[in-house]
Design a binder for this molecule. Structure first.
Ligand code: NAD
Length: 360
């Protein structure tokens, strides 16, 4: 039996614990089916970590993550911790993990399962069959550039500044992730910038074109960000991999996600260093936490991404995605994706159904 490595589970707060339990259930089942083993560890982060240790990201958690091959995270945060100082807010744990693990690339797929095409606010014929991967640069750009801040001016008014910076090295490494990712999918990259106005993204375009020389089997196109925002609504099926900066990716990945219509279905991956981090896009959903209503499919699909991008178990990843599709095809639905023909299912039952479909 081959050993695929160490996986650190960080359930976090709210529905995080409920959905991670289902993700691990499916991981266990797929490991049996494909005959591999793994070491599973668990650590604290977020509000629960603050309550138990006084910090949302204990050093022990960070050390355990650095020694792992992949992290599966649920969600952090909730009303209980909203009044805390920013430095100890549960959400700081995410930023800390990303920075410390060197996760410079964020992968967010937006895929519409045929059975859920009606869940989108767009017309069925526009969204049916879309399969987009938004690749967002995660540790550079305007969110981190210096100088930044708000200063007082002599006339009593204020001046706010942020700085957009990218170096050749930062662009090169994210461009390589884009081309490598496209090779495993539809072999097409659309690089999104604002090169007509922002010099920094003129450099972005120049470097992406240079890196593309090493990936001539992948088609490369360029699009200005305003046009991309329109094209995602007008004709989303034209996209395979969208490669973009931190700020543009933040916005476009949410836009692309909403084409699918349901936040409970969306997985994500942050990669770059030795250990990748995989998590559903949604938060801790305090309004439904503890009620067994959360949709675990985003987390289960995050497990599939983890197997594909960090643990090199491509067949197992495909099998999980096929099992999810078949459960949806059979009509099972958690409340967030329920329709008139669906069979209402809770969190744990949905996990069991995916396991059953895997074993068929
Ligand atoms: P949220 O994603 O937690 O919830 C938004 C809405 O979507 C809610 O109505 C919720 O019930 C629903 N929802 C979310 N996930 C669902 C699922 N799996 N199944 C069914 N319904 C689901 O966003 P929010 O309410 O803005 O934030 C709640 C808390 O989560 C806040 O403390 C926020 O800071 C935190 N948060 C954490 C992360 C993260 O850990 N990555 C991301 C976003 C928000």
């Amino acid at each position: 039996m081959s050993d695929i490595g160490t996986i650190l589970a960080i359930p976090g707060d709210g529905i995080g614990t409920e959905v991670v339990a289902e993700g691990l259930k499916v991981l266990e089942a797929v490991s049996k089916k494909f005959g591999f083993s793994f070491t599973l560890k668990e650590a604290l982060a977020g509000g629960i970590a603050y309550d138990k240790t006084g910090t949302p990201l204990p050093q022990k958690t960070l050390d355990m993550a650095k020694e792992s091959d992949a992290v599966l995270l649920g969600a952090v945060g909730g009303p209980k911790w909203e009044d805390l100082d920013y430095s100890v807010r549960p959400e700081r744990a995410l930023l800390g993990l990303r920075a410390e693990l060197g996760l410079f690339a964020n992968l967010r797929p937006a895929k519409v399962f045929p059975e859920l095409a009606d869940a989108s606010t767009l017309k069925k014929e526009v969204v049916e069959g879309i399969d987009i991967m938004v690749l967002r640069e995660l540790t550079g750009g305007i969110y981190f550039g210096e100088p930044k801040g708000i200063t007082k001016l002599e006339d009593g008014t204020e001046r706010g500044v942020n700085t957009l910076i990218y170096t050749t090295g930062e662009i090169e490494r994210i461009a390589r992730v884009a081309f490598e990712t496209a090779r495993k999918r539809g072999k097409k990259v659309t690089s999104v910038d604002k090169a007509n106005v922002l010099e920094c993204t003129e450099l972005w375009r120049k470097v992406v074109i240079k890196v593309h020389k090493d990936y001539q089997d992948v088609e490369l196109g360029h699009m200005y960000v305003d046009n991309c925002a329109m094209q995602l609504i007008r004709n989303p099926k034209q996209f395979d991999v969208i490669l973009t900066t931190n700020l543009f990716g933040d916005i476009l990945s949410d836009e692309a996600a909403m084409l699918t219509g349901s936040i409970g279905m969306l997985p994500s991956a942050s990669v770059g260093g030795k250990c990748g981090m995989y998590e559903p896009v949604h938060g801790s959903a305090p309004d439904i936490a503890g009620q067994g209503k959360a949709n675990p499919l985003a987390t289960i699909l995050s497990v599939a991404m983890m197997l594909r991008y960090s643990l090199n178990c491509l067949e197992a990843a495909d099998a999980i995605e096929t099992a999810v599709a078949s459960v949806l095809k059979e009509g099972y639905r958690t409340p967030d994706i329920m329709d008139d023909k669906g069979q209402l299912t809770g969190t744990a039952k949905m996990g069991d159904l995916v396991v059953k479909a895997l074993n068929q």
